[in-house]
Design a protein around this ligand. Structure first.
Ligand SMILES: Cc1cc2nc3c(=O)[nH]c(=O)nc-3n(C[C@H](O)[C@H](O)[C@H](O)COP(=O)(O)OP(=O)(O)OC[C@H]3O[C@@H](n4cnc5c(N)ncnc54)[C@H](O)[C@@H]3O)c2cc1C
Length: 387
Protein backbone atom coordinates (compact mmCIF):
# COMPACT_ATOMS: atom_id res chain seq x y z
CA UNK A 1 0.00 0.00 0.00
CA UNK A 2 1.18 3.53 -0.71
CA UNK A 3 -0.24 6.82 0.44
CA UNK A 4 -1.99 9.11 -2.06
CA UNK A 5 0.91 11.57 -1.89
CA UNK A 6 3.52 8.82 -2.35
CA UNK A 7 1.70 7.76 -5.53
CA UNK A 8 2.85 11.05 -7.03
CA UNK A 9 6.26 11.07 -5.28
CA UNK A 10 5.12 14.42 -3.92
CA UNK A 11 7.94 14.75 -1.40
CA UNK A 12 10.57 14.63 -4.15
CA UNK A 13 9.30 18.07 -5.23
CA UNK A 14 10.11 19.57 -1.84
CA UNK A 15 13.38 20.68 -0.29
CA UNK A 16 14.51 19.26 3.01
CA UNK A 17 13.67 22.57 4.71
CA UNK A 18 10.16 22.54 3.23
CA UNK A 19 9.57 19.00 4.46
CA UNK A 20 10.76 20.02 7.93
CA UNK A 21 8.41 23.00 8.02
CA UNK A 22 5.54 20.79 6.89
CA UNK A 23 6.34 18.24 9.59
CA UNK A 24 6.56 20.92 12.28
CA UNK A 25 3.13 22.33 11.40
CA UNK A 26 1.71 18.80 11.23
CA UNK A 27 3.03 18.06 14.72
CA UNK A 28 1.48 21.26 16.10
CA UNK A 29 -1.84 20.35 14.48
CA UNK A 30 -1.69 16.79 15.84
CA UNK A 31 -0.98 18.09 19.34
CA UNK A 32 -2.95 21.33 19.61
CA UNK A 33 -5.78 21.14 17.09
CA UNK A 34 -6.88 17.70 15.92
CA UNK A 35 -7.86 16.35 19.36
CA UNK A 36 -10.18 19.33 19.97
CA UNK A 37 -11.34 20.68 16.64
CA UNK A 38 -14.52 18.60 16.32
CA UNK A 39 -15.61 19.93 19.75
CA UNK A 40 -14.87 23.51 18.71
CA UNK A 41 -16.78 22.95 15.50
CA UNK A 42 -19.78 21.48 17.35
CA UNK A 43 -19.77 24.29 19.92
CA UNK A 44 -19.22 26.93 17.23
CA UNK A 45 -16.29 28.31 19.24
CA UNK A 46 -12.58 28.77 18.72
CA UNK A 47 -9.91 29.61 21.32
CA UNK A 48 -8.47 32.01 18.76
CA UNK A 49 -6.14 33.93 21.11
CA UNK A 50 -4.45 30.82 22.49
CA UNK A 51 -4.18 29.31 19.02
CA UNK A 52 -2.73 32.50 17.57
CA UNK A 53 0.01 32.47 20.21
CA UNK A 54 0.74 28.79 19.54
CA UNK A 55 0.86 29.33 15.79
CA UNK A 56 2.94 32.48 16.26
CA UNK A 57 5.45 30.56 18.36
CA UNK A 58 6.15 28.21 15.43
CA UNK A 59 6.41 31.10 12.99
CA UNK A 60 3.45 30.46 10.66
CA UNK A 61 1.80 33.89 11.04
CA UNK A 62 2.95 36.04 8.13
CA UNK A 63 5.61 33.39 7.49
CA UNK A 64 6.02 34.39 3.82
CA UNK A 65 6.78 38.03 4.72
CA UNK A 66 10.27 39.43 5.41
CA UNK A 67 11.37 41.44 8.44
CA UNK A 68 9.33 42.77 11.39
CA UNK A 69 9.50 39.40 13.18
CA UNK A 70 8.18 37.44 10.18
CA UNK A 71 9.86 34.20 9.13
CA UNK A 72 10.60 35.14 5.50
CA UNK A 73 9.86 31.66 4.12
CA UNK A 74 9.24 30.74 0.49
CA UNK A 75 5.83 30.35 -1.11
CA UNK A 76 5.89 26.55 -1.12
CA UNK A 77 6.73 26.43 2.60
CA UNK A 78 3.82 28.75 3.29
CA UNK A 79 1.57 26.63 1.08
CA UNK A 80 2.57 23.46 2.92
CA UNK A 81 1.75 25.11 6.24
CA UNK A 82 -1.69 26.00 4.85
CA UNK A 83 -2.10 22.41 3.66
CA UNK A 84 -1.36 21.00 7.11
CA UNK A 85 -3.58 23.53 8.88
CA UNK A 86 -6.50 22.86 6.56
CA UNK A 87 -6.00 19.10 6.90
CA UNK A 88 -6.91 19.81 10.53
CA UNK A 89 -9.72 22.28 9.75
CA UNK A 90 -10.40 25.01 7.17
CA UNK A 91 -11.26 27.33 10.05
CA UNK A 92 -7.70 27.17 11.38
CA UNK A 93 -6.25 27.81 7.96
CA UNK A 94 -8.68 30.74 7.64
CA UNK A 95 -7.40 32.24 10.89
CA UNK A 96 -3.82 32.02 9.60
CA UNK A 97 -4.67 33.19 6.04
CA UNK A 98 -6.53 36.25 7.26
CA UNK A 99 -3.87 37.11 9.80
CA UNK A 100 -0.88 36.62 7.51
CA UNK A 101 -2.03 37.08 3.94
CA UNK A 102 -4.76 39.67 4.39
CA UNK A 103 -4.22 41.78 7.53
CA UNK A 104 -0.42 41.51 7.92
CA UNK A 105 0.21 41.56 4.17
CA UNK A 106 -1.85 44.76 3.80
CA UNK A 107 0.24 46.47 6.50
CA UNK A 108 3.53 44.99 5.22
CA UNK A 109 2.86 45.97 1.61
CA UNK A 110 1.00 49.27 1.97
CA UNK A 111 1.68 50.48 5.51
CA UNK A 112 3.92 53.27 6.81
CA UNK A 113 7.07 52.38 8.72
CA UNK A 114 5.31 53.34 11.99
CA UNK A 115 2.32 51.10 11.18
CA UNK A 116 4.63 48.18 10.38
CA UNK A 117 6.60 48.63 13.59
CA UNK A 118 3.46 48.97 15.66
CA UNK A 119 1.58 45.93 14.35
CA UNK A 120 3.68 43.39 12.47
CA UNK A 121 6.01 41.98 15.17
CA UNK A 122 3.12 41.47 17.60
CA UNK A 123 0.95 39.94 14.88
CA UNK A 124 3.73 37.58 13.78
CA UNK A 125 4.04 36.45 17.40
CA UNK A 126 0.29 35.89 17.64
CA UNK A 127 -0.02 38.44 20.44
CA UNK A 128 -2.28 40.56 18.30
CA UNK A 129 -4.86 39.43 15.78
CA UNK A 130 -6.01 41.21 12.64
CA UNK A 131 -8.98 41.02 10.30
CA UNK A 132 -9.68 42.31 6.81
CA UNK A 133 -12.92 44.11 6.01
CA UNK A 134 -13.72 44.33 2.33
CA UNK A 135 -17.08 42.55 1.85
CA UNK A 136 -20.29 44.41 2.69
CA UNK A 137 -23.83 43.12 3.14
CA UNK A 138 -24.73 44.14 -0.44
CA UNK A 139 -21.34 43.82 -2.14
CA UNK A 140 -19.29 40.64 -2.09
CA UNK A 141 -18.25 39.58 -5.58
CA UNK A 142 -18.39 43.20 -6.72
CA UNK A 143 -16.43 45.17 -4.09
CA UNK A 144 -16.33 48.20 -6.42
CA UNK A 145 -19.87 48.91 -5.25
CA UNK A 146 -18.85 49.34 -1.61
CA UNK A 147 -20.81 51.91 0.41
CA UNK A 148 -18.45 52.33 3.36
CA UNK A 149 -17.05 55.84 3.21
CA UNK A 150 -14.12 57.67 4.75
CA UNK A 151 -14.36 61.46 4.72
CA UNK A 152 -11.72 63.97 5.74
CA UNK A 153 -12.66 66.18 8.69
CA UNK A 154 -9.85 68.54 9.56
CA UNK A 155 -6.76 66.36 9.91
CA UNK A 156 -8.85 63.24 10.69
CA UNK A 157 -10.83 60.66 8.75
CA UNK A 158 -14.41 59.71 9.67
CA UNK A 159 -15.60 56.25 8.60
CA UNK A 160 -19.20 55.09 8.17
CA UNK A 161 -20.49 51.77 6.87
CA UNK A 162 -20.84 48.06 7.51
CA UNK A 163 -18.56 45.17 6.62
CA UNK A 164 -19.94 41.62 6.62
CA UNK A 165 -18.62 38.05 6.85
CA UNK A 166 -15.32 39.17 8.36
CA UNK A 167 -13.11 36.32 9.58
CA UNK A 168 -11.44 36.94 12.98
CA UNK A 169 -13.62 40.06 13.39
CA UNK A 170 -14.52 39.93 17.09
CA UNK A 171 -11.15 38.53 18.19
CA UNK A 172 -9.14 41.15 16.33
CA UNK A 173 -7.04 43.91 17.80
CA UNK A 174 -6.99 45.71 14.47
CA UNK A 175 -9.27 45.71 11.45
CA UNK A 176 -7.97 46.60 8.01
CA UNK A 177 -11.03 48.38 6.60
CA UNK A 178 -11.42 49.39 2.96
CA UNK A 179 -13.53 52.48 2.33
CA UNK A 180 -14.52 54.80 -0.49
CA UNK A 181 -12.91 58.28 -0.34
CA UNK A 182 -12.76 61.29 -2.67
CA UNK A 183 -9.45 59.86 -3.89
CA UNK A 184 -10.76 56.31 -4.54
CA UNK A 185 -10.73 53.24 -2.28
CA UNK A 186 -8.27 53.48 0.62
CA UNK A 187 -7.36 51.19 3.49
CA UNK A 188 -7.52 52.14 7.19
CA UNK A 189 -6.27 50.50 10.35
CA UNK A 190 -9.09 50.54 12.88
CA UNK A 191 -7.99 49.44 16.38
CA UNK A 192 -10.54 47.44 18.40
CA UNK A 193 -12.35 49.64 20.88
CA UNK A 194 -12.25 52.80 18.76
CA UNK A 195 -15.43 54.79 19.59
CA UNK A 196 -18.18 54.08 17.01
CA UNK A 197 -16.63 50.74 15.99
CA UNK A 198 -18.71 47.70 16.99
CA UNK A 199 -18.40 44.04 16.05
CA UNK A 200 -21.16 41.41 16.06
CA UNK A 201 -20.57 37.73 15.44
CA UNK A 202 -22.45 35.85 12.73
CA UNK A 203 -24.39 33.05 14.41
CA UNK A 204 -26.04 29.87 13.10
CA UNK A 205 -23.32 28.99 10.59
CA UNK A 206 -23.20 25.36 9.53
CA UNK A 207 -19.84 25.78 7.79
CA UNK A 208 -16.52 27.02 9.23
CA UNK A 209 -17.91 26.71 12.73
CA UNK A 210 -14.40 26.57 14.18
CA UNK A 211 -13.78 30.08 12.89
CA UNK A 212 -14.94 33.51 14.02
CA UNK A 213 -17.05 35.36 11.41
CA UNK A 214 -18.31 38.86 12.20
CA UNK A 215 -20.04 41.99 11.08
CA UNK A 216 -18.06 45.24 11.53
CA UNK A 217 -20.15 48.38 12.07
CA UNK A 218 -18.47 51.77 11.63
CA UNK A 219 -20.61 54.62 12.89
CA UNK A 220 -18.74 57.91 12.76
CA UNK A 221 -15.40 56.24 13.55
CA UNK A 222 -12.82 59.02 13.81
CA UNK A 223 -9.24 58.11 12.96
CA UNK A 224 -6.06 60.18 12.61
CA UNK A 225 -4.49 60.55 9.17
CA UNK A 226 -1.77 58.15 10.37
CA UNK A 227 -4.37 55.33 10.38
CA UNK A 228 -4.57 55.30 6.58
CA UNK A 229 -2.40 52.85 4.63
CA UNK A 230 -0.34 55.25 2.50
CA UNK A 231 0.70 52.72 -0.16
CA UNK A 232 -2.75 51.49 -1.27
CA UNK A 233 -4.84 53.46 -3.73
CA UNK A 234 -7.88 52.00 -5.47
CA UNK A 235 -9.21 48.45 -5.47
CA UNK A 236 -5.84 47.05 -6.51
CA UNK A 237 -4.87 47.42 -2.83
CA UNK A 238 -7.34 44.90 -1.38
CA UNK A 239 -7.25 42.73 -4.51
CA UNK A 240 -3.48 42.36 -4.12
CA UNK A 241 -4.03 41.02 -0.59
CA UNK A 242 -6.73 38.61 -1.78
CA UNK A 243 -4.34 37.18 -4.34
CA UNK A 244 -1.94 36.30 -1.50
CA UNK A 245 -4.64 34.56 0.52
CA UNK A 246 -5.99 32.68 -2.50
CA UNK A 247 -2.56 31.22 -3.09
CA UNK A 248 -2.68 29.64 0.38
CA UNK A 249 -6.08 28.14 -0.42
CA UNK A 250 -4.65 26.38 -3.49
CA UNK A 251 -2.59 24.27 -1.06
CA UNK A 252 -5.02 24.37 1.85
CA UNK A 253 -7.95 22.84 -0.01
CA UNK A 254 -5.75 19.87 -0.90
CA UNK A 255 -5.02 19.41 2.81
CA UNK A 256 -8.72 19.02 3.57
CA UNK A 257 -9.06 16.62 0.63
CA UNK A 258 -6.06 14.57 1.76
CA UNK A 259 -7.45 14.21 5.27
CA UNK A 260 -10.77 13.03 3.82
CA UNK A 261 -9.11 10.54 1.48
CA UNK A 262 -6.83 9.09 4.14
CA UNK A 263 -9.84 8.73 6.45
CA UNK A 264 -11.87 7.01 3.72
CA UNK A 265 -9.08 4.60 2.77
CA UNK A 266 -8.65 3.54 6.41
CA UNK A 267 -12.41 3.21 6.88
CA UNK A 268 -12.87 1.18 3.70
CA UNK A 269 -10.13 -1.20 4.85
CA UNK A 270 -11.81 -1.81 8.21
CA UNK A 271 -15.47 -1.75 7.32
CA UNK A 272 -16.97 -5.06 6.17
CA UNK A 273 -19.95 -5.08 3.81
CA UNK A 274 -21.36 -8.24 2.28
CA UNK A 275 -18.73 -10.14 4.32
CA UNK A 276 -15.75 -8.45 2.70
CA UNK A 277 -13.82 -5.22 3.34
CA UNK A 278 -15.44 -2.26 1.60
CA UNK A 279 -12.00 -1.56 0.08
CA UNK A 280 -12.09 -4.86 -1.83
CA UNK A 281 -15.00 -3.85 -4.07
CA UNK A 282 -14.26 -2.52 -7.54
CA UNK A 283 -16.68 0.37 -7.19
CA UNK A 284 -14.84 1.47 -4.05
CA UNK A 285 -11.45 1.17 -5.69
CA UNK A 286 -12.61 3.24 -8.65
CA UNK A 287 -13.74 5.98 -6.26
CA UNK A 288 -10.42 5.89 -4.41
CA UNK A 289 -8.40 5.89 -7.64
CA UNK A 290 -10.35 8.85 -9.07
CA UNK A 291 -9.94 10.82 -5.85
CA UNK A 292 -6.21 10.05 -5.65
CA UNK A 293 -5.82 11.31 -9.23
CA UNK A 294 -7.55 14.61 -8.53
CA UNK A 295 -5.65 15.04 -5.29
CA UNK A 296 -2.33 14.34 -6.98
CA UNK A 297 -3.06 16.72 -9.85
CA UNK A 298 -4.10 19.42 -7.39
CA UNK A 299 -0.91 19.00 -5.36
CA UNK A 300 1.26 19.16 -8.47
CA UNK A 301 -0.53 22.30 -9.57
CA UNK A 302 -0.08 23.84 -6.12
CA UNK A 303 3.68 23.23 -6.10
CA UNK A 304 4.00 24.48 -9.67
CA UNK A 305 2.21 27.72 -8.76
CA UNK A 306 4.36 27.97 -5.63
CA UNK A 307 7.56 27.72 -7.65
CA UNK A 308 6.24 30.38 -10.04
CA UNK A 309 5.47 32.60 -7.05
CA UNK A 310 8.96 32.10 -5.66
CA UNK A 311 10.35 33.16 -9.05
CA UNK A 312 8.15 36.27 -8.99
CA UNK A 313 6.31 35.03 -12.09
CA UNK A 314 2.88 34.00 -10.74
CA UNK A 315 -0.05 35.85 -12.35
CA UNK A 316 -3.47 36.49 -10.75
CA UNK A 317 -5.08 34.33 -13.48
CA UNK A 318 -2.89 31.41 -12.49
CA UNK A 319 -3.93 31.85 -8.85
CA UNK A 320 -7.57 31.86 -10.00
CA UNK A 321 -6.96 28.62 -11.92
CA UNK A 322 -5.46 27.01 -8.83
CA UNK A 323 -8.18 28.21 -6.47
CA UNK A 324 -10.99 27.22 -8.83
CA UNK A 325 -9.64 23.76 -9.55
CA UNK A 326 -8.37 22.77 -6.14
CA UNK A 327 -11.35 23.92 -4.09
CA UNK A 328 -13.81 22.38 -6.56
CA UNK A 329 -11.96 19.06 -6.58
CA UNK A 330 -11.46 19.08 -2.81
CA UNK A 331 -15.20 19.49 -2.35
CA UNK A 332 -15.88 16.61 -4.76
CA UNK A 333 -13.37 14.43 -2.89
CA UNK A 334 -14.93 15.29 0.47
CA UNK A 335 -18.42 14.43 -0.80
CA UNK A 336 -17.26 11.15 -2.36
CA UNK A 337 -15.38 10.16 0.80
CA UNK A 338 -18.54 10.89 2.75
CA UNK A 339 -20.38 8.27 0.69
CA UNK A 340 -17.73 5.67 1.56
CA UNK A 341 -18.31 6.26 5.26
CA UNK A 342 -22.03 5.62 4.94
CA UNK A 343 -24.03 6.85 7.92
CA UNK A 344 -20.84 7.28 9.96
CA UNK A 345 -19.88 9.89 7.42
CA UNK A 346 -22.46 12.33 8.70
CA UNK A 347 -21.10 12.43 12.27
CA UNK A 348 -18.31 14.53 13.73
CA UNK A 349 -16.62 11.32 14.85
CA UNK A 350 -14.88 11.45 11.47
CA UNK A 351 -13.52 14.67 9.91
CA UNK A 352 -15.08 14.16 6.49
CA UNK A 353 -18.44 15.92 6.84
CA UNK A 354 -16.72 18.78 8.71
CA UNK A 355 -14.28 19.25 5.82
CA UNK A 356 -17.12 18.95 3.33
CA UNK A 357 -19.25 21.70 4.86
CA UNK A 358 -16.18 23.86 5.52
CA UNK A 359 -15.20 23.66 1.87
CA UNK A 360 -18.58 25.16 0.94
CA UNK A 361 -17.32 28.41 2.51
CA UNK A 362 -13.92 28.06 0.89
CA UNK A 363 -15.67 27.74 -2.47
CA UNK A 364 -17.36 31.10 -1.82
CA UNK A 365 -14.77 33.27 -0.10
CA UNK A 366 -11.68 34.78 -1.69
CA UNK A 367 -13.64 34.94 -4.95
CA UNK A 368 -16.44 32.50 -5.71
CA UNK A 369 -15.91 29.69 -8.22
CA UNK A 370 -18.07 31.66 -10.68
CA UNK A 371 -15.87 34.74 -10.37
CA UNK A 372 -12.70 32.70 -10.91
CA UNK A 373 -14.32 31.08 -13.97
CA UNK A 374 -15.00 34.60 -15.28
CA UNK A 375 -11.38 35.60 -14.61
CA UNK A 376 -10.21 32.62 -16.67
CA UNK A 377 -12.85 33.28 -19.33
CA UNK A 378 -11.57 36.82 -19.69
CA UNK A 379 -7.97 35.63 -19.87
CA UNK A 380 -8.83 33.11 -22.59
CA UNK A 381 -11.09 35.30 -24.73
CA UNK A 382 -10.04 38.83 -23.94
CA UNK A 383 -13.70 39.58 -23.18
CA UNK A 384 -14.80 40.52 -19.63
CA UNK A 385 -18.17 38.94 -18.82
CA UNK A 386 -18.52 40.18 -15.23
CA UNK A 387 -21.15 42.83 -15.99
C1 LIG B 1 -17.07 32.05 6.25
C2 LIG B 1 -16.76 33.26 5.45
C3 LIG B 1 -15.69 34.06 5.77
C4 LIG B 1 -15.42 35.23 5.04
N1 LIG B 1 -14.38 36.04 5.42
C5 LIG B 1 -14.21 37.26 4.81
C6 LIG B 1 -13.23 38.20 5.29
O1 LIG B 1 -12.46 37.92 6.20
N2 LIG B 1 -13.18 39.43 4.70
C7 LIG B 1 -14.00 39.79 3.67
O2 LIG B 1 -13.90 40.92 3.20
N3 LIG B 1 -14.93 38.92 3.19
C8 LIG B 1 -15.07 37.67 3.74
N4 LIG B 1 -16.02 36.78 3.28
C9 LIG B 1 -16.93 37.22 2.23
C10 LIG B 1 -16.71 36.53 0.89
O3 LIG B 1 -15.53 36.98 0.29
C11 LIG B 1 -17.96 36.80 0.04
O4 LIG B 1 -19.01 36.04 0.60
C12 LIG B 1 -17.77 36.43 -1.42
O5 LIG B 1 -16.92 37.37 -2.06
C13 LIG B 1 -19.10 36.37 -2.19
O6 LIG B 1 -19.86 37.51 -1.94
P1 LIG B 1 -21.40 37.38 -1.54
O7 LIG B 1 -21.52 36.40 -0.43
O8 LIG B 1 -21.90 38.76 -1.32
O9 LIG B 1 -22.09 36.73 -2.80
P2 LIG B 1 -22.60 37.50 -4.09
O10 LIG B 1 -21.53 38.39 -4.61
O11 LIG B 1 -23.94 38.09 -3.80
O12 LIG B 1 -22.79 36.29 -5.09
C14 LIG B 1 -23.92 35.41 -5.08
C15 LIG B 1 -23.77 34.43 -6.23
O13 LIG B 1 -23.72 35.16 -7.45
C16 LIG B 1 -22.59 34.76 -8.19
N5 LIG B 1 -22.14 35.85 -9.01
C17 LIG B 1 -21.69 37.08 -8.62
N6 LIG B 1 -21.34 37.81 -9.67
C18 LIG B 1 -21.58 37.05 -10.78
C19 LIG B 1 -21.42 37.23 -12.17
N7 LIG B 1 -20.91 38.37 -12.68
N8 LIG B 1 -21.80 36.24 -13.01
C20 LIG B 1 -22.31 35.07 -12.53
N9 LIG B 1 -22.45 34.83 -11.21
C21 LIG B 1 -22.09 35.80 -10.34
C22 LIG B 1 -21.57 34.39 -7.14
O14 LIG B 1 -20.53 33.59 -7.68
C23 LIG B 1 -22.45 33.63 -6.15
O15 LIG B 1 -22.66 32.32 -6.62
C24 LIG B 1 -16.25 35.58 3.96
C25 LIG B 1 -17.32 34.73 3.60
C26 LIG B 1 -17.56 33.59 4.32
C27 LIG B 1 -18.71 32.70 3.92
Amino acid sequence: MITPTALFAFDTLLTEEEREIRNTVRRVCDREIRPYVAQWFEAGELPARELARTLGSVGVLGMHLDGYGCAGMGAVSYGLACLELEAADSGLRSLVSVQGSLAMYAIWKYGSEEQKQEWLPAMAAGERIGCFGLTEPDFGSDPAGMRTTAKREGGDWVLNGTKMWITNGSVSDVAVVWARTDEGVRGFLVPAGTPGFTVNDVKHKISLRASVTSELVLDGVRLPDAAMLPGARGLSGPLGCLNEARFGIVFGAMGAALDCLETAIAYAGDREVFAKPLASFQLTQEKLADMALELGKGLLLAVHLGRLKEAGALTPEQVSAGKLNNVREALEIARKCRTLLGASGITLEYPVIRHSVNLESVLTYEGTSEIHSLVLGKALTGIAAFH
